[in-house]
Design a protein around this ligand. Structure first.
Ligand SMILES: [Fe+2]
Ligand SMILES: [Fe+2]
Length: 198
């Protein structure tokens, strides 16, 4: 069998679907390398900043690593703007959706909300609401998102910063996306791991 027999899903057999599941599992093994390639294409996206979008992603991850944050944080920092490619109006949610099955809930939440939290730095210049983050006041990950934005996101547009290359982070990306999806021991709902090691 090299393809299914049906032309409409409703006509598929158990054998067809077992065959497809096998294919899907094989395909998911390439997620990390597809994401690494997508990050490279961020280099070509419209910037206007002093560094490329890939440079910004790498700089965020480098700062996370130098804060001695853990792998979930570093990979989340690296991928936090990957949604820029296909979802410029909700890039934060897009990135969070990619990360959510494979990282701590805390990190996925922070990536999902970082766009709103970032508004504090420039909302007043663009007619946006700088206090958009106030909608999450009291949330258990509020302070983590504030720290993420302050230390790793808004600070990472410096062309003179000693930023580590993508190859440096590739093994961590491979590690995260090789995890079983939705693993309770990875997601650890409610657990807060500090961004900056004490
Ligand atoms: Fe962003
Ligand atoms: Fe960013």
């Amino acid at each position: 069998m090299d393809h299914v027999g049906f032309t409409q899903m409703k006509d598929g057999t158990a054998e067809d679907y077992a065959f497809l599941t096998e294919h899907e599992v094989e395909y998911t093994k390439g997620t990390a390398s597809r994401l690494l390639n997508a990050l490279v294409s961020l280099d070509e996206s419209l910037s206007g900043y002093q560094i490329t979008r890939l440079g910004h992603s790498l700089q965020s991850a480098t700062r996370a690593e130098r804060d001695r944050a853990d792998t979930d944080w570093i990979v989340s920092a690296l991928l936090h703007d990957i949604g820029d490619i296909f979802a410029p109006y909700n890039h934060d949610e897009y990135a969070a959706t990619i990360l959510r099955p494979f990282v701590r809930e805390q990190c996925a939440w922070v990536v999902e909300k970082h766009g709103d939290f970032q508004m504090i730095y420039y909302g007043h210049h663009v007619g946006g609401n700088p206090d958009k983050r106030d909608a999450y006041a009291g949330h258990m990950y509020f302070d983590d998102c504030a720290t993420f934005c302050e230390r790793w996101d808004q600070a990472s547009f410096d062309p003179d910063y000693d930023t580590l290359p993508l190859a440096h982070f590739a093994p961590r990306v491979e590690e995260v996306f090789a995890r079983p999806p939705w693993d309770a021991e990875v997601l650890r709902p409610g657990v807060r791991v500090p961004l900056v090691a004490g």
